[in-house]
Write a protein that binds this ligand. Structure first.
Ligand SMILES: Nc1ncnc2c1ncn2[C@@H]1O[C@H](COP(=O)(O)OP(=O)(O)OP(=O)(O)O)[C@@H](O)[C@H]1O
Ligand SMILES: [Mg+2]
Length: 628
């Protein structure tokens, strides 16, 4: 079960942690990033120099010309050209910083996506039980987009703006502390106004992202359930439900944006006010020749003021991206922080061959397998893989407090076929989910070839089990790709053998391109029966000693059913099989039948014995109660 994070850092601390973690992703690109920052700083410096040069231009080259009877324009021309060159350098470094930033952003995003996907593959099924598909999906789409904006736009902009503010302030105070104080008092007012606005928007942005995840989850559900929606004429209700969720989203969006959108005009107003006040005070000082203020200095100061207010404006503009990016970033990190499926198993599955009656591990494929167990002293033991399955007093609950299986005990010796029957929801699929460790048991013990399955490495445990799940799941790719899903190295002969075992050769031969026919969207172009035959072939190609078959409940036509039955019979031959049976013909051929009711094995034995007992099995068999 996904547990909530027990530690609750304050929002500010958690923002700092998020930022630091994000910086970790920058490590591989640190030199290139330093180059980008260097360019941004150079562009800032260039802008300041340009502003200061304005003072020289006016006081040294323009003002003397005004009083002169024989003006010499050549010096003015040189200084204008100098200014143009300074400006051009600024444009060039800004361009270079943008250019070099793109591959860094794309690289970080690629790394994060890769990390997310790799981690998602390691998560237990419980994570997917507890988190709606659309919500997980929106971390890959919406949240990564926001993060891209944060890394590619907001971050560099904010770094550049902050350094620009510092540079402008230093230069302004050196130029005229009097004018600087005037300018800063307007900025102080502006700061107070923005603090009030921004303190509101952060919380709204977080709830906005949350609601967006819900809306995405709803849309996904409606898309995948389109057929059912149409069959039950649920369109109007779906529209109504969506409208309600959409309205919620719009409200959250409006709340989040209202504050950040009024920020811009407010900032603009303050920066105009600042220009006017500085110009007025400057002229007053110049007229009285106070504080060494000249016309050139006023012009340079107004320009410096712009150097100061532009980055402040810039930061406020990037604030949306910053807040949204950080909210998305923490959602992405939340996915990355989900605990991976634990795997404490040490026993592995290895290829073996026999020499002088002893098993020896082989590095080359031998098609004979054994469990390799290493004890505390480092002694290894090879136990032949036979497929002996034993459940001892197993109790299990998906969620704490809601027990689903009670004291389940049974065994299947190598090659035996054990059938499970019972009403729907009795717990049949759950029993098989425990053998392959989709979920871990609460108490009891499950043994495979005498080894506790908790001691076996999960990947090796699952490799030893073939599974045909109740619901068919096919992937985009060719028919062959789907068959060799669990054994990509399978030869053509093995694939043919698997297809024959599954009795799928007839229908595959009729496909336009045989085994190479492409499939998409969970094999939607195939019939339900054909899809099942492919899943049987997929299990057959792995040739495992233990087979778990969950007969699909969806009804198929009798012809397909005959094929599926034949395919499953073939697949079970010579293997230990746990079969969840919905067909009586399957049950009758089983070595032992377990009748499950309410999570307990209430009857067990052979078909004849159970019939004689006249219990639930008898009712199921005689048809007074339907087999689930
Ligand atoms: N992922 C899950 N999370 C929580 N509860 C679950 C989950 N899967 C199944 N259950 C519950 O466990 C119980 C047993 O379900 P299970 O799927 O094992 O039934 P089943 O016997 O296979 O039924 P069917 O014949 O319909 O396939 C049911 O009450 C079900 O609601
Ligand atoms: Mg089931």
């Amino acid at each position: 079960m996904t547990q909530p994070n027990p530690t609750h850092p304050t929002p500010r601390a958690s923002t700092l942690v998020t930022l630091c973690r994000l910086l970790g992703y920058l490590r591989p690109y640190k030199w290139r990033f330093a180059l980008v920052i260097g360019c941004l700083l150079l562009a800032n410096l260039d802008s300041i120099v340009n502003s200061l040069y304005l003072q020289i231009l006016i006081d040294k080259y323009i003002t003397p010309l005004l009083g002169s009877t024989t003006p010499d324009y050549s010096a003015l021309l040189t200084s204008v050209v100098t200014m143009a060159i300074i400006y051009a350098v600024g444009v060039l470094v800004s361009f270079l910083s943008e250019l070099w930033l793109i591959p860094i952003t794309m690289g970080i995003m690629r790394d994060i996506r890769e990390h997310m996907f790799a981690h998602m593959q390691s998560l237990p099924l419980e994570y997917f039980d507890n988190n709606p598909f659309g919500d997980v999906m929106s971390r890959y789409t919406n949240d990564t987009d926001n993060l891209e904006m944060l890394i590619g736009r907001a971050f560099p902009n904010i770094i550049s703006s902050l350094t620009m503010i510092a540079m402008a302030l230093i230069t302004m105070f050196r130029a005229s502390w009097l004018l600087s104080l005037v300018s800063l008092s307007v900025i102080a007012l502006m700061f107070v106004a923005t603090r009030i606005i921004l303190s509101r928007s952060g919380q709204y942005f977080r709830s906005h992202q949350q609601i967006l995840g819900d809306v995405n989850a709803y849309i996904e559900e409606m898309i995948s359930g389109q057929k059912v929606i149409k069959v039950f004429a649920h369109e109007a209700a779906a529209k109504r439900e969506f409208a309600a969720k959409n309205a919620q989203l719009a409200t959250a969006n409006r709340q989040a944006n209202t504050y950040t959108n009024i920020l811009m005009p407010v900032m603009f107003g303050f920066s105009t006010l600042q220009t006017v006040v500085v110009a007025l005070v400057g002229v007053l000082l110049a007229l009285h020749s106070w504080g060494g203020v000249t016309l050139g200095l006023i012009a340079a100061f107004l320009q410096l003021n712009r150097n100061l207010s532009r980055p402040i404006n810039n930061i406020s503009q990037q604030f949306n991206s910053l807040i949204m990016g950080l909210a998305s970033c923490s959602r992405i990190f939340a996915l990355l922080d989900e605990t991976s499926e634990p795997d404490e198993g040490t026993v592995t599955l290895v290829n073996v061959r026999t020499r002088d009656g002893h098993l020896i591990e082989s590095s080359a494929p031998t098609h004979h397998w054994a469990w390799k167990k290493t004890d505390d002293q480092g002694q290894t033991d090879l136990i032949p893989l036979q497929g002996d399955v034993r459940f001892h007093h197993v109790n299990f609950s998906y969620e704490p407090g809601k027990q689903v299986l009670f004291d389940v005990t049974f065994f299947a010796e190598p090659g035996q076929k054990i059938a499970f029957v019972g009403h729907t929801g009795a717990g049949k699929t759950t029993i098989t989910n425990l053998l392959n460790r989709f979920y871990d048991i609460d108490s009891g013990e499950i043994l495979l070839d005498g080894l506790n399955i908790q001691d076996i490495k999960k990947a090796d445990l699952r490799r030893s089990l073939g599974i045909v799940l109740q619901e068919t799941n096919l992937f985009t790719g060719s028919v062959r790709d789907n068959i060799v899903f669990g054994a990509p190295e399978a030869s053509a002969a093995q694939v043919d053998q698997a297809v024959t075992t599954a009795h799928a050769q007839d229908f595959i031969a009729h496909l336009p391109d045989g085994l190479r026919t492409p499939l998409a969207g969970n094999g939607q172009d195939l019939s339900a029966g054909q899809r099942q035959l492919l899943t049987i072939a997929r299990a057959a190609v792995c040739d495992p000693p233990v087979m778990i078959l969950d007969e699909a409940t969806s009804s198929v036509d009798t012809r397909s059913e005959k094929y599926i039955q034949a395919g499953m019979d073939e697949l079970m031959r010579g293997r230990t099989t746990l079969i969840i049976a919905h067909r009586l013909s399957t049950v009758r051929s089983a070595r032992a039948i377990m009748v499950i009711d309410g999570g307990r094995i209430i009857e067990s034995g052979s078909h004849d014995k159970l019939l004689a007992q006249k219990g639930l099995y008898y009712q199921l068999y005689s048809g007074s109660v339907e087999l689930a």
